[in-house]
Design a protein around this ligand. Sequence first.
Ligand SMILES: Cc1cc2nc3c(=O)[nH]c(=O)nc-3n(C[C@H](O)[C@H](O)[C@H](O)COP(=O)(O)OP(=O)(O)OC[C@H]3O[C@@H](n4cnc5c(N)ncnc54)[C@H](O)[C@@H]3O)c2cc1C
Length: 314
Amino acid sequence: MHFIFVFYFCSINSLYHKFLSSEAQNYIRDTAVFISSDLSASAKVITSPPSHAENEVLTVTPGFSSIPTKLLEEFLRRVEGEFKMRKNKPLIKKCAKKIILAVNRLSLERLNWKGLHQPHIREYITKAVKDVSAGKLFLAYNFPWWRNSPVNSQYAISDTPLKQTYDFGTSKANPTKSILLPMYTDVDMSYWNELIQREHGNINNRDVVFSVGKEIVKVTNKYLSAIYRLPLSDIPPPINGIIGYWQNYPYGGAWQLWMPGYIWPEVEKQMTKPSKNDDVCVAVNAFSSRSSFSNSALQVVELVMPYFGLKCRE
Ligand SMILES: Cc1cc2nc3c(=O)[nH]c(=O)nc-3n(C[C@H](O)[C@H](O)[C@H](O)COP(=O)(O)OP(=O)(O)OC[C@H]3O[C@@H](n4cnc5c(N)ncnc54)[C@H](O)[C@@H]3O)c2cc1C
């Protein structure tokens, strides 16, 4: 117990410098993904026994986007007559007795409500967790040229600014199109930031999706050629491309990591209902003590349910 407690208050960076050589640290940085060295070292403490479950993947036949669509349909069915969806219409002001804030950390930071300005809550919002920027680049082609590689793989991690590269498959449409996800990184967005700014001018702090120009394709091809061990001349120009970018408002980041010095379950509890006197709850994964994955976003909803007199189904 004492061991875990020490880890809560120490960063991974500090742990690395105490126990690892520079070479070992660099090796971890080059080969690991989804890791930030200034986060709490306790993120690396394994608290559950190793799983012996089969490597089975459960999925949803009509696609994962069917989950929110179904949830919305069900919600609208149940509140029929009581609630109207307003799209592209001027905002209206309404008074509510009970509120659930299901918005990102940065949005909570900017929200002007006294409950979120209490000193301890303000500290949790701004210091307990840290936004992690991320970016994804998608390129579309008429054929999957990378499958001609002598080292073809559906997934590659590289110590290049692309970091992770995925074969995103070939459509069944006629004619077929193939998608490559050359870059998926949360390591350092500054390089991609610079390229995006050069192609799009000064970007607005609310922009989150960008088209891809010649320079981005050129540098991407340089790294793809090294990853797939194919000459540059074997890489055709893409027919389309897009960069998704999680840094700007309202996201602030793709997900959040815990900073050293905070007891996660305690922060999670306080953030779920920040004010004792107001019926306002926060249902967002940013302060989850479990993980930054979407299953934990659903568990966060279960934490809010008792405040609305609801029980979760087992
Ligand atoms: C690039 C990326 C890859 C990921 N990969 C995976 C994965 O492979 N597997 C996995 O399980 N999870 C993954 N996740 C994490 C998963 O998406 C999150 O855990 C989950 O979406 C968190 O849910 P949430 O409800 O807390 O926040 P969100 O899903 O971010 O929802 C918050 C909503 O609030 C809206 N909003 C913000 N501000 C305002 C405002 N002022 N007014 C109105 N609306 C507002 C936002 O538009 C957003 O729709 C990934 C996330 C990212 C960004």
